[in-house]
Design a protein around this ligand. Structure first.
Ligand code: TRP
Length: 449
């Protein structure tokens, strides 16, 4: 097939391993270590884990493969790829995804900033781990402040832009090649420490023994939307990373399974770490979003060598968030570079600054601007709801339908040549019917709840 635009020299990954680590770096983020454990804690532990893994390895991996296929065939950012492959109204899906990436990054970076602040607090021994109340006060003072949340958000965006500035192979791939193994190693050390704490066995039992009587429709909704968020699908981040693959190179389904496998492993390990520690010290596993920032400091405080583990943990969280933020920024940067012929440097600095300003209302929304609400939700919560509950699922539905109905033959030929093995037919059926129906149901159920 002729190249959509043969004159453009597009940057590519240096190796298949580099690509897989970068895509896994996008997937592995706050979603795995912060969000997944508290959702599992609120939804009964083991049953949620089983459900989550089942969804990730069926629906999740299918949509992930769909995005990678769009990117590799289109050799463009989401807007350009949809335009090159189909055009017409489908191009709108590319714009929707790019706008979603911008919005997600604007508040993701605020939470990323909190993790940077917590590195400083754990290094200076000011986490407030002496008691649950003190830890709550420290967290409240940080997120409820005015200067600190904005400054750390700016710092986090600067780090993100510094990596994206260096480009695909030299920046994103090179950074992930170091950060991902470091993160995995750090996580394994922390898990070993946590599971050998006296009393950890209760946490392991809660987390690893499924009680399916606890599964409700709300559990399924939570598991599915978490799987999509965690796998970084639904807004074209994986289209963008797929577009830096050689059109013929590599085994895409195998890559999709590797990325899903790494992402799920980190979530499972994150759960092992948090539940062992939380149960060992008698905390409440259903403490919600505060589980990481409020409960863990008290756990570290009571733990031998806890100060060191605290620094390591928040460093881990910040690194994971950084490699995800890089992929979100790259979606919008790739659009300006590909479609507007803007130099990468200008695109990155301009967008980095724009995202910084766009994130300021979110950074202030738990403090000085907490009185600006709609339906009782502040700016950050509203943006989170709008993107995670509406825009990402909508993107997932449209991209699945696109691959299932429009791109099916071209994608099949690219992935399997003339053969039509069972997995391929199953994947196309997933994209055509199962994924759009399941995501649509979750969207409606989620908005209802
Ligand atoms: N997957 C990341 C996490 O779990 C967040 C993220 C990065 C993301 N890129 C994305 C979510 C694209 C949706 C779409 O923290």
């Amino acid at each position: 097939m002729a190249d959509a635009n043969p004159t453009v020299h597009r940057a590519h990954w240096n190796s298949r391993l580099g690509f897989i680590l970068a895509a896994a770096g996008s997937a592995v983020g706050l979603g795995n270590i912060w969000r997944f454990p508290y959702l599992a804690g609120e939804n009964g532990g083991g049953a949620f884990l089983v459900l989550y893994l089942a969804i990730a390895f069926t629906l999740g991996v299918s949509v992930l493969l769909a995005e990678l296929a769009i990117g590799r065939l289109g050799q463009r950012n989401p807007v350009g790829a949809m335009r090159a492959l189909a055009g017409g109204p489908w191009t709108a899906a590319g714009y929707l995804g790019t706008a979603t990436a911008f919005l997600v990054l604007s508040f993701y970076s605020v939470v990323g900033g909190w993790t940077l602040a917590y590195i400083v607090k754990s290094a200076t021994g000011t986490l407030g781990g002496e008691s649950a109340e003190a830890a709550k006060l420290v967290f409240g003072a940080l997120v409820g402040g005015a200067a600190e949340p904005v400054i750390y958000h700016g710092l986090f965006m600067a780090l993100t832009a510094a990596i994206v500035l260096r480009g695909v192979g030299g920046g994103i791939e090179a950074a992930n090649k170091w950060l991902m193994p470091a993160l995995f190693l750090l996580l394994v050390v922390l898990v070993l420490r946590a599971v050998t704490l006296p009393g950890a066995a209760k946490g392991l039992a809660f987390y690893l023994t499924p009680d399916f009587s606890k599964v409700t429709p709300a559990t399924v909704v939570a598991a599915l939307s978490q799987a999509f968020f965690s796998l970084s699908v639904g807004l074209g981040a994986m289209i963008t990373y797929g577009s830096y693959l050689d059109r013929r190179g590599g085994n895409l389904p195998r890559s999709a399974f590797w990325i899903t496998g790494i992402d799920c492993s980190v979530a499972v390990l994150g759960g092992l770490l948090i539940f062992s520690a939380v149960f060992a010290f008698g905390h409440d596993p259903a403490a919600g979003p505060g589980l990481t920032f409020v409960t863990l400091p008290t756990v570290f405080h009571q733990m031998p060598g806890g100060a060191l583990f605290a620094v390591a943990f928040f460093l881990l969280l910040a690194l994971a968030a950084l490699t995800s933020a890089v992929s979100l920024l790259e979606v919008a940067v790739a659009y300006l570079v590909d479609e507007r012929a803007m130099p990468r440097r200008r695109a990155t600095l301009g967008l980095g600054l724009a995202v910084f300003f766009a994130g300021i209302p979110s950074a202030l929304s738990l403090g000085p601007w907490s009185s600006y609400t709609l339906y009782g939700r502040g700016v950050m919560d509203l943006l989170d709801d709008l993107t995670v509950k509406v825009m990402i699922p909508l993107g997932g539905i449209v991209l699945s339908l696109f691959v299932g109905w429009i791109l099916a033959d071209r994608a099949a030929a690219a992935l399997a040549g003339p053969a039509r093995p069972l997995w391929l037919r199953a994947w196309i059926a997933m994209c055509r019917y199962v994924a759009p129906a399941a995501i649509g149901w979750v969207m409606v159920a989620g908005l209802w709840g």
